[in-house]
Design a protein around this ligand. Structure first.
Ligand code: NAP
Length: 313
């Protein structure tokens, strides 16, 4: 039997990724949508109030929350308290403490909760991780530079406190780094470039401390026009690796790699996320890895603020 799921927050990512992934999956039945603006999906029951959906549809076991991070906690809490399993878009919340609280609530209620990191499901990430195992890291450089006007049109929440600014995409890079690196790292220095009229950074430069002294850094920039970069370049004692296009492309010692046949079983980041969620729900387990978010929190804690020209969309 497919698992019944309600999708809440019907914006860009819900329409671009969640809805197509759910409709294509035999494991899932998109049973309801919740949108404050009553935009839904043809043939699927639409609600404009989350609590009304919970009350009207006790048959729906799982909710997937696609709204921005700041309002997400209240929805997740209501769902868990009502005995539903919860899938969270990235970042899983606005603060680490509220994510810990959600995990504790889920454990107490006996439901699954999943902090998703879609970039970890990019096609070549698992192969990059496997190649790095047992090698000595010399350096890792993240270059995540995109045009915010192109990818996030009209998303004013990104510039408000809790919206993360350039860390909204930058946390995707950190989700890959924390997945593929065998050793834990932590932020050593952070520079945050904040437009005069915004509450969040438009660019950030980070350096990290690595336990064996490797040079690890990240350059994140939302102001990049023209070519866009979502790259992670790594040097080791046994050669170099470059993940590009957000983890979709991998080259090792300059040679482009093809996906292993097992990686092709389920195409796409979001189909894989939903397959993971189905496994968690069926096993009543929890996946709440907050390590990418901890780096972002530390970048804000240690961040040297540098004021830059106002951002006008
Ligand atoms: P979005 O289109 O700006 O917003 C998503 C939806 O959230 C809105 O359409 C709205 O849905 C709901 N919403 C907005 N503000 C709300 C509030 N204050 N309270 C309750 N609901 C609210 O954003 P998005 O790009 O889809 O991003 C949403 C989340 O997905 C973010 O955490 C983002 O990091 C993540 N994400 C985005 C992308 C991307 O490429 N855009 C990729 C991966 C992950 P209703 O009008 O239906 O209520």
């Amino acid at each position: 039997m497919p698992l019944k799921i309600a999708l809440a927050g019907i914006g860009k990512i819900a329409r671009d990724q969640h809805i197509p992934a759910l409709i294509a999956s035999a494991e899932w039945e998109l049973a309801a949508t919740v949108s404050r603006h009553a935009t839904g999906v043809d043939g699927v029951e639409a609600f404009d109030d989350f609590n009304a959906m919970l009350k009207a549809r006790p048959d729906i076991e799982v909710v997937s929350l696609c709204m921005p991070p700041v309002p997400r906690f209240a929805y997740a809490k209501a769902a868990i308290r009502d005995g539903r399993h919860v899938m969270l878009e990235k970042p899983p919340g606005a603060t680490l403490s509220e994510c810990h609280a959600l995990e504790a609530m889920a454990r107490e209620a006996g439901v699954s909760i999943y902090a998703t990191w879609h970039s970890r499901e990019a096609m070549m990430v698992a192969q990059a991780k496997a190649w790095l195992t047992g090698k000595i890291l010399h350096s890792l450089v993240v270059t995540w530079k995109e045009d915010v006007r192109k990818w996030h049109p009209g998303q004013t929440w990104i510039w408000e406190a809790g919206g993360l600014g350039v860390f909204d995409p930058g946390i995707n890079a950190l989700s890959i780094v924390t997945e593929i690196l065998p050793d834990p790292i932590h932020i050593a220095t952070s520079e945050l470039f904040i437009p005069e009229n915004c509450e969040t950074p438009i660019a950030a430069n980070l350096t990290f401390t690595h336990p064996h002294g490797a040079q690890v850094s990240a350059e994140l920039d939302f102001r990049k026009e023209g070519d866009q970069f979502w790259n992670i370049a790594i040097e080791t004692d046994q050669g170099s690796l470059e993940l590009s296009e957000g983890g979709a492309t991998l080259s090792i010692n300059g040679e482009t790699q093809t996906a292993a046949s097992s990686d092709n079983a389920l195409q796409g980041e979001y189909p894989r996320l939903y397959a993971n969620m189905a496994r968690l729900v069926r096993g009543r387990t929890i996946d709440m890895d907050l390590s990418p978010m901890a780096h972002v929190a530390d970048a804000f804690l240690l961040g040297k603020r540098i004021s830059v020209e106002p951002f006008i969309e």
